[in-house]
Design a protein around this ligand. Structure first.
Ligand code: ATP
Length: 426
């Protein structure tokens, strides 16, 4: 198989794990991605995109504050956060539609701050993908390579080879002769993907691409997108406000809040070990209680919280004795029992205030003696008797299942509703 610039590839991937740099030289001028002239190999896992202390202001408004991270070759990287947190602006700076106020953006090692969008070897897929309505699916996908005349530079039949290959990958070979209007929303989105991938970009930038699809299709497309990304091996940079989407697909996620990157990590790291109260409440559900650190006790911290003293796993930010802190416990880690629990657990008594059947679990809302709310997601394996509001119970968790976070305002229900509000249609 031949990839861009005639590189000999092995296996079924359309893109080599070592591929040519399309932006070359120290002056940031682009070279033609179809010829790969002046190319330098990029190893898999090396940074493809470097966001180097990037700040973006719109007049006085700080949209992105000192973002500083890299995205590796072949990575599925998501930028996740509520509406207005700066994720689209960051993506637009990578694409070249916005210029950083401070800092630099490097693509494959080259500063592209002054390179126009069409000369950057990245492609963007938007929520409202504009397919050419009068062209067939095949011609829509062939449009880019035909305009670049790759049959002339890379040999006759290259356009056909690439288009057929991409249609196979997005599973639309049988739909090649249809027009976009004869396709479902999900199929149209896959045409848009094939069209964006057919030029073998260094990275594909996706801005809420599933936002226009209904929930069921969105779920199906999440798996499709991940499969396609694995198959082509191209770096995907994905913008979403939907935590489930980011957790399902990403190798790493950057969680953004008010222009700041609060944490970057794998979905598991971010869920198990959030760095801040914001991340803990934006990703999944969390019990968050204000407290004070008393001291360290071996590997665990001792906290004054919920009107008692509990041990907990310390977070990444060290908190001094006497310092304010927040204790986090995920609802599925909370055990509920009628009798006092045994073993080395953190435990408090509580009064049931509400029960909601949620299918796999019952959401049990309770009050601690100091009035703090406690939520537990109780599965059938906990074998609880039928409970009613007003019943007295004991809640418990392993100290290792809890986490000490830096003190911060704990979001109210209204705050959370606002955070998870879908962004307005653009
Ligand atoms: P959403 O999910 O709603 O698109 P976002 O996290 O992608 O949100 P951005 O589009 O990056 O947010 O916008 C970040 C902030 O910068 C917002 O408050 C927005 O109003 C502001 N902003 C974005 N573009 C401009 C612009 N061209 N001029 C002025 N302000 C802007």
């Amino acid at each position: 198989m031949h990839g861009p610039s005639g590189l000999l590839l092995e296996g079924p991937l359309v893109v080599p794990t070592t591929r040519e740099v399309v932006l070359s030289g120290t002056h940031g001028t682009a070279v033609d991605s179809t010829t790969g002239e002046g190319a330098v190999p990029i190893e898999a896992g090396q940074p493809v995109i470097e966001i180097d202390h990037v700040t973006k202001r719109f007049d006085d408004y700080l949209a992105v504050a000192d973002a500083d991270f890299s995205i590796a070759s072949g990575e599925f990287f998501s930028m996740l956060g509520p509406s207005g947190c700066g994720k689209t602006t960051t993506l637009r700076m990578i694409a070249g539609f916005e210029t950083p106020t401070e800092g630099a953006i490097r693509l494959e090692g080259v500063d592209v701050s002054s390179v126009s969008p069409h000369k950057r070897n990245v492609n963007t897929v938007f929520q409202h993908y504009a397919l050419f309505p009068h062209m067939t699916v095949w011609d829509n996908v062939a449009y880019g390579p035909r305009s670049k005349k790759i049959d002339k530079t890379l040999g006759k039949g290259e356009v056909k080879r690439r288009v057929d290959e991409l249609l196979e990958i997005v599973r639309l070979t049988d739909f090649a002769k249809r027009k976009p209007a004869q396709l479902s929303g999900g199929q149209q989105q896959r045409v848009a993907l094939a069209r964006a991938l057919v030029n073998y970009p260094s990275a594909l930038l996706l801005d809420e691409p599933l936002g226009a699809l209904d929930l069921k299709l969105r779920h199906a497309m999440q798996f499709e997108l991940k499969r396609i990304q694995r198959e082509v091996g191209i770096t995907f940079v994905y913008v979403t406000h939907d935590q489930e989407e980011a957790l399902t697909m990403s190798d790493r996620i950057a969680v953004m809040n008010s222009g700041n990157v609060e944490q970057i990590g794998s979905p598991t790291e971010i869920y198990d070990r959030p760095a801040t109260v914001f991340v803990a409440s934006f990703i999944g559900q969390a019990n968050l209680w204000p407290g004070k650190q008393i001291r360290m006790d071996g590997d665990l911290a001792e906290l004054s919280v919920l009107g008692t003293t509990l041990r907990a796993r310390p977070g990444d930010t060290a908190i001094e004795a006497g310092g304010h802190a927040t204790l986090m416990v995920r609802p599925e880690r909370v055990r509920v029992s009628v009798d006092p629990p045994e073993g080395d657990v953190a435990t408090v008594s509580a009064t049931v205030t509400d029960l909601t059947f949620q299918g796999p679990v019952v959401r049990l809302s309770m009050d601690a003696p100091d009035g703090s709310p406690i939520v537990a997601h109780v599965g059938t394996e906990q074998n609880l008797p039928l409970l009613r509001p007003g019943d007295r119970v004991h809640v418990a968790w392993a100290p290792e299942a809890s986490l000490v976070l830096p003190a911060a305002d704990i979001p109210t229900t209204e705050d959370l509703e606002e955070m998870f509000d879908a962004p307005p249609e653009s």
